[in-house]
Design a protein around this ligand. Structure first.
Ligand SMILES: [Zn+2]
Length: 242
């Protein structure tokens, strides 16, 4: 795009909801000042547009930009030569999203509460943290879910009471995952599991163990991908977790 009179990097960053630095990096700008008629590239998300060089992997690139390989994989418009290994092609463009500013400390997710197990299949509409660990990816427009990582592969718990509507594995995407319908318009999804302990149709109580954290599907390391849907529409889980 061409910059117009009166526009600044800050106003453009605000309009397109990306960071000033993202526009500077993508446009190869050396200073913060733009002139009318300058050619600018607005990346689709805050972060870095990286041209892959021979020998690079998502792990070396993530380390270089202070982010996680999973954040690169989570960005749905990044292409990979091999979806199992996330191999990259030399010369391809890769968006390295910056989900959390580097200076911001990532909070540790609260451990699950085991004392609230209740019977029946009708959910309460409030949700407990489904596992323990650190938040490795916060909800963002292209990833309306919470990633919770923990190398010790803790159990995964039903976030609210309901019945299992899906329990199975696919080769990419969510990998081995469970969907629980809560009988009140809400459903929750638990992805990348290493083990599934429930079957379709089974009633589960809030706080009940349903499986174990893993790294199946589109995943680079052990983490739980957790979604809350209301009448089928993805919700920001942070607005519901107690
Ligand atoms: Zn995720």
């Amino acid at each position: 795009m061409w910059s117009k009179s009166g526009e600044t990097l800050a106003s453009l960053a605000n309009t397109y909801e990306v960071s000033v630095d993202s526009i500077k990096w993508a446009s190869n700008l050396k200073s913060d000042t733009i002139r009318p008629g300058d050619t600018l590239t607005i990346p689709p998300v805050s972060g870095v547009v990286h041209t892959v060089k021979a020998g690079e992997s998502i792990y070396t690139i993530a380390k270089r930009y202070g982010t996680s390989a999973q954040a690169i994989v989570n960005y749905p418009f990044n292409d990979f030569e091999d979806l199992d290994t996330f191999a990259l092609k030399s010369g391809q463009l890769l968006i390295v999203p910056d989900g959390v500013p580097p200076q911001e400390k990532r909070p540790i997710a609260r451990g699950p509460q085991f004392n609230q197990i209740s019977g029946g299949q009708q959910g309460s509409g409030t949700f407990i943290w489904p596992t323990s660990g650190g938040v490795s990816q916060y909800p963002i427009w292209y990833h309306m879910a919470l990633d919770i990582a923990n190398r010790s592969l803790p159990p995964v718990l039903a976030s609210d009471t309901g019945s299992v509507s899906y329990a199975g594995c696919i080769s990419g995407g969510y990998g081995c995952h469970i969907i629980i319908a809560h009988g009140n318009g809400f459903s929750t999804l638990y992805g990348h599991l290493s083990r599934i302990d429930v079957s379709v149709g089974q009633g589960v109580g809030r706080g009940q163990t349903i499986g174990q954290m893993g790294s199946t599907g589109r995943s680079t390391g052990p983490h739980l991908h957790f979604e809350i849907r209301k009448n089928g529409a993805l919700q920001n889980p942070l607005g519901y977790l107690k």
